[in-house]
Design a binder for this molecule. Structure first.
Ligand SMILES: *Cc1c(COP(=O)(O)O)cnc(C)c1O
Length: 433
């Protein structure tokens, strides 16, 4: 299968090149040239299939031409080493819990899949790759843990000193092995600037194969389709036989785009809701018809603090640039920090279900958006314990910390402290081997 750029001015490439490059040379995002509709028989039997069986079938549709069947099956099964259960919160409303992976957030699925796929493609020409990633918190932990111990890949995580929570920091600074954490004396923007400068530096690129584990990578966003299918299978088993409405807490719109692909493949989703925090660029686009990116503002649901969603161009491309087609499939919603607080507290009181600040947006958008007779599922994208400091004062009680998160807290921080100038960073990268 070929991948084209959303800007249509770069050559089409094979899967391997799309994965290693990440971004197309014309700065567009890669899209698969075809989206295969899965046969009726697959949907008829889906309720009796396991998560691995479902995911393998979906993976085959995208990657089956380019990766041999057994290898692909192994990549899928290694990636999905945990469940994505659907839990009933109240009549008609289900939560798709995506926080049962190693770092307790949905990004584990995409990061683990991408690590294994990248390792597969570089393994063929015996390369070694350095993955550079700048993080303000969550991406660093998912990428570092996703790539931990993967053959042929070194990961360097850059993060701003004193600006990530202790829980987040521990998730990528305690790992060791092929993961190096750099604590930069500066801001997140400084970290991002260092990474970008490294990609542009001729000398570094001659000596090392550098790549990014950015969320725009096709190997990171497409595998997220797996759990939409698995959610549907579970809802069927729970006796919900109709089309479902799906609400997705959204920032860069990678997660919801994977859902839109699933719908194109025939998954019975009636429509989607994109739930935003105060960074409601997408909602404004739906209302006004004009896409107006703007600087992000900090909110309680900070993984969705995005002012120019990078996957928006994929949504446009998927719908042939037609806002009417987009409006027919996706609606929007927006919640301020005050609303997030009250939604979280009220839902716990009323239903006993504890949301995290991102899931709170998804839940409420679904609750307000469901019409009579509809059933829906919202994506609970992270475990509330990851945002313990935010959640506890809101609900006035302690949040239980799952065992695997507590394990990270016991680990010893191994980061290297560096100033924010490029020369020092370059020297560090060069001296590593
Ligand atoms: C990354 C993230 C999001 C936003 O997902 P996108 O794919 O960027 O839209 C939502 N919730 C949590 C907890 C996240 O980490």
């Amino acid at each position: 299968m070929k991948y084209y750029s959303t800007n249509h001015t770069a050559p089409e490439v094979a899967l391997g090149e799309a994965v290693v490059r990440g971004l197309a040379p014309d700065k567009g995002l890669y899209m698969p040239e075809r989206i295969e509709k899965l046969p009726r028989s697959f949907y008829d039997g889906i309720a009796s299939m396991s998560f691995h069986e479902i995911a393998c079938r979906v993976a085959e549709a995208f990657f089956g031409d380019d990766i041999e069947h057994e290898t692909l099956r192994k990549i899928v099964c290694d990636t999905l080493s945990f469940e994505t259960p659907v839990v009933r919160v109240e009549p008609g409303i289900y939560s798709l819990e995506l926080f049962h992976g190693p770092t307790l957030a949905f990004k584990d699925v995409g990061a683990r899949f991408m690590a294994r796929m990248l390792s597969h493609f570089i393994g063929r020409d015996n390369g070694r790759v350095s993955v550079l990633v700048a993080t303000s918190g969550d991406t660093g932990s998912a990428v570092a843990n996703g790539f931990l111990g993967v053959e042929g890949i070194d990961v360097v995580v850059l993060y701003p000193k004193g600006k990530v929570s202790e829980i987040q920091e521990k998730q990528f600074t305690t790992l060791g092995r092929n993961i190096t954490a750099l604590e930069i004396d500066g801001t997140f923007d400084d970290c991002q600037r260092l990474v970008k400068s490294a990609f542009l530096d001729r000398e570094l690129n001659e000596r090392f194969r550098l790549t990014s584990a950015n969320s725009i990578n096709v190997a990171r966003f497409l595998p997220q389709a797996f759990y939409y299918f698995n959610a549907y299978a579970q809802m069927r088993r729970a006796g919900e036989n109709g089309e479902i409405v799906v609400s997705v807490p959204s920032g860069n719109f990678g997660n919801i785009t994977a859902g839109l692909f699933a719908k194109r493949m025939g998954l019975p989703v009636k429509r989607f809701i994109a739930a935003n925090n105060s960074n409601d660029i997408f909602l404004q686009y739906l209302i006004t018809g004009v896409y107006t990116p703007r600087p992000s503002v900090a909110t309680l649901a900070n993984a969705m603090d995005v002012g120019d969603p990078s996957n928006f161009v994929r949504v446009l491309d998927l719908y042939g640039q037609s806002i009417d087609a987009i409006r027919a499939d996706i609606s929007g919603a927006r919640y301020s920090d005050d609303r997030i607080r009250s939604i979280l507290a009220d839902t716990l009181k009323r239903t006993g279900y504890l949301l995290d600040p991102h899931g709170a947006c998804g839940y409420q958008a679904l609750k307000e958006g469901l019409q009579a007779g509809e059933t829906g599922v919202f994506l609970e994208t992270a475990h509330p314990a990851k945002f313990k400091d935010t959640v506890e004062p809101i609900i006035g009680q302690p949040v239980a910390v799952p065992q695997r998160l507590a394990e990270f807290m016991k680990g010893q921080k191994l980061s290297v402290r560096l100033p924010s100038d490029f020369d020092t960073f370059k020297r560090f990268l060069s001296d590593r081997q």
